[in-house]
Design a protein. Structure first.
Length: 341
C-alpha cells in the first residue's frame, strides 16, 4: 500500500464537493470500505470544529458524499437533563474542512499500513530477521528492519557487544509494540530463541527436521548449553551441529560474539542427560531423586572445579537445561563438602 502524497488526487483542498469525489476514488484504489473512511473523516472534522469554535455539547459532522455538503450538529442537555439537537453553522468551517479531511485520510492510511505491517510481523514471531542498527538512545538499540523498526532494550542485548549505527545485525522477533507513529517490534539477541534460530539457520538437519533442539539454557554473552536429539538412526545430532571441521559451530560462535556454546546430546535417561549436561567435566555416577527432582553427581576430585564451573556457571546451566537440582560431590573416599546449584 502506498501512502498518497499531499496535493495528489487523494483529497482536494479546493471544495467539499471534490473532497467527496476524492474519498470515493481513494476507497476504490486502496480497498478501504467507504463507511470506514467516512467515519474517520467525520470524526476528524468534528474534532476540528470543536477546536475552532468551542461549541457546547457533543458535536457530530455528517458528510454527504453525493453533494459534498456538511451537516454539523450538537447534542446539548439542559438543566433538566433533556437533550436537544442543535444545528451549528458550517459555512465558515467548510473552508478548513477539506484540509482537515486530507490530514485525516493520510493519518488513517498510515495507521492501516502500520497495522498491516504489525500483523505481518506477528506471523513471524520467534523467527530471525536481519536489519541495520539505526540509532542508540538511552541504551536502547533501534534496528531498521525495512517495513518495521526493531526495538532492542538493554536486557535483550548481548552484554558487552559493540553495536553502532550502520552495523548489520541479526535479531529474533519477540512481539509487537504499540506506537502510533510507526510499526515497532521488540527484538532480541539475548533470548534463547535467538540461539535456537541461529542453529536452525546454520544446520540443515535442524531446518529439515531429522535433528531437533530439545532444550536451551543460556547466560547471554557468557555461555549456552543446547541439547539436541536425532530422529534418524545413525545421524549424530551433535556432529551435525558442529559441522565439517567445526564450520557450523564457528559460524554460530561468531554471531554470538564468541559466547561459549556446549552442544549436548539429549537423552530420555535422566542420569545420562545430567552427566552429558555437565560436560566437559567427566562424570562417574549420577543418582536421580525424581520426587525432589535432585541429581546427585559424583565426579573425580580433579574434575570438581570443571563440573561446577567459574562462579558455578557450568552446574547452573546444566540444572537449567535438565530441570534437575544438581548436587556435585567428589567420588573419592576423602570427606569433602558438597557443592550444589
Amino acid at each position: 500500500m502506498t501512502l498518497p502524497r499531499a496535493g495528489s488526487r487523494s483529497v482536494s483542498d479546493r471544495s467539499t464537493g471534490s473532497l467527496a469525489d476524492a474519498l470515493n476514488a481513494l476507497c476504490a484504489e486502496l480497498g478501504i470500505p467507504l463507511p470506514e473512511m467516512l467515519r474517520t473523516v467525520e470524526d476528524a472534522l468534528a474534532m476540528a470544529y470543536v477546536r475552532a469554535f468551542s461549541p457546547p455539547g457533543m458535536v457530530t459532522v455528517k458528510l454527504d458524499t453525493a453533494s459534498g455538503g456538511l451537516d454539523v450538529t450538537s447534542r446539548v442537555r439542559d438543566a433538566s437533563g433533556n437533550e436537544t439537537v442543535v444545528v451549528l453553522p458550517a459555512e465558515e468551517f467548510k473552508r478548513m474542512a477539506a484540509q482537515t479531511a486530507k490530514h485525516a485520510v493520510l493519518r488513517h492510511i498510515h495507521d492501516l499500513e502500520r497495522d498491516k505491517v504489525l500483523r505481518d510481523v506477528a506471523e513471524h514471531r520467534g523467527e530471525l530477521a536481519s536489519g541495520i542498527v539505526d540509532r542508540i538512545e538511552a541504551g536502547i538499540v533501534y534496528v531498521d528492519l525495512g517495513r518495521a523498526e526493531g526495538v532492542m532494550p538493554p536486557e535483550e542485548q548481548i552484554p558487552g557487544e559493540p553495536l553502532h549505527p550502520g552495523r548489520p545485525v541479526l535479531v529474533v522477533i519477540l512481539d509487537t509494540q504499540h506506537n502510533r507513529k510507526q510499526a515497532q517490534v521488540r527484538v532480541s539477541r539475548a533470548a534463547r530463541a535467538f540461539v535456537h534460530r541461529l542453529h536452525e539457520a546454520e544446520v540443515p538437519e535442524i531446518k529439515a527436521g531429522p535433528v531437533q533442539v530439545r532444550a536451551i539454557a543460556r547466560e547471554p554473552g557468557l555461555r549456552t548449553k543446547i541439547a539436541v536429539s536425532s530422529s534418524e538412526p545413525g545421524l549424530d545430532p551433535v556432529g551435525a551441529c558442529v559441522g565439517p571441521k567445526g564450520v557450523r559451530h564457528r559460524a554460530i560462535l561468531s554471531e554470538l560474539v564468541n559466547e561459549h556454546v556446549d552442544i549436548v546430546p539429549w537423552s530420555d535417561d535422566a542420569e545420562a542427560f545430567v552427566a552429558a549436561a555437565l560436560g566437559p567435566a567427566k562424570v562417574e555416577r549420577v543418582t536421580i531423586d525424581r520426587v525432589t527432582r535432585t541429581a546427585t553427581v559424583l565426579v573425580p576430585r580433579g574434575q570438581l572445579s570443571l563440573a561446577i564451573g567459574r562462579d558455578g556457571q557450568n552446574a547452573r546451566l546444566a540444572a537449567k537445561l535438565t530441570g534437575y537440582r544438581i548436587d556435585i560431590k567428589p567420588s573419592d573416599a576423602e570427606p569433602a563438602p558438597a557443592e550444589s546449584t
